[in-house]
Design a protein around this ligand. Structure first.
Ligand code: NAP
Length: 264
């Protein structure tokens, strides 16, 4: 897909990967709508994005609530005049042992990473169908491919959202709506500020550029993390017990390192 003059909605587009992708889309001549819950962050992102000189809009809305999703799609209708690309990017994470998670923390991860994208995609479909050449991008995580201890709920919802995407691609085949699933590796964004400090981070600009190029190439998936990620994926399929042993060896260190990872 050529992004020139396309209308693109990026949930969680006020920060990190979403903000960097908004920049890439504007540079390619798209009209962009970014969302986030905090109005001040929306305003700050708009100020930054307007410097790119394109058509950019923002709305403060929570993708995990029906009112927030309705406000998001109303803004797409009114300010973009429709929708060609929906990027389900807003994300929430809380690491730690399952038995330490509150109901509210589990709900936040499920609501933002999974139910939000499902309902937003469903409700955006009339606009996406009207586009004639539309795309849904789901921003998942490498953790969906190689699940880690202390991220059980996050791994579950990030894996679920790409299976949702794959099923939707098949459901919508030949109907003008395609699906791209993106799996970032650990990325240098506010979400990782409280994450494992010893993990190397990829820059958000590089991830966003790769997503923009995957959109242009019509790819069905984008996996970041290079050869190391591909090797772990192969191991996960062929000899998962070797990964069980590897995680077992690092369990106490890992549990301490991710104890404060919290971005809900
Ligand atoms: N950073 C990583 O290492 C990494 C790795 C793999 C995958 N990912 C995924 O990449 C995506 C982007 O993450 P990021 O690292 O760029 O995070 P980030 O910099 O923390 O940005 C998250 C964005 O989502 C918004 N947001 C959070 N909850 C929301 C909600 N309920 N409704 C609407 N907006 C919401 C935030 O704004 P407000 O706080 O104002 O709502 C912000 O704009 C996420 O899906 C994340 O899971 C990240």
């Amino acid at each position: 897909m050529n992004l020139h003059e396309k209308r693109i909605l990026i949930t969680g587009g006020t920060s990190g990967i979403g903000l960097a992708l908004a920049t890439q889309a504007l540079r390619r001549g798209a009209s962009v709508l970014v969302t986030g819950r905090r109005k001040a962050a929306v305003d700050a992102a708009l100020a930054q994005l307007q410097a790119e000189g394109g058509k950019v809009h923002g709305v403060a809305a929570d993708v995990s609530t029906s009112a927030g999703r309705a406000a998001t799609l109303n803004a797409a209708r009114e300010r973009l005049g429709g929708l060609d690309v929906l990027v389900n990017n807003a994300g929430a994470v809380r690491a730690g042992r399952l038995e330490t998670m509150t109901d509210a923390e589990v709900d936040a991860m499920v609501g933002t990473n999974l139910l939000g994208p499902i309902f937003l995609t469903r409700d955006a479909l009339p606009m996406l169908r009207a586009s004639g050449e539309a795309l849904v991008v789901n921003v998942s995580s490498g953790i969906a491919l190689v699940p880690m201890p202390f991220y059980a709920v996050y791994a579950a919802v990030k894996a679920a959202v790409v299976r949702f995407g794959d099923a939707m691609r098949r459901e919508l085949h030949g109907e003008g709506v395609n699906v791209l699933n993106a799996y970032p590796t650990a990325t240098d964004t506010p979400m990782m500020k409280t994450g494992n400090p010893s993990v190397p981070l990829e820059g958000a600009d590089a991830v966003a550029l790769a997503i923009a190029e995957a959109i242009e190439q019509g790819s069905r998936e984008l996996i970041r993390g290079g050869e190391a990620r591909l090797q772990l994926m192969a191991q996960e399929r062929s000899t998962p017990e070797t990964l069980d042993a590897r995680f077992a060896a690092m369990k106490p260190t890992l549990e301490r390192a991710v104890a404060n990872h919290h971005a809900l």
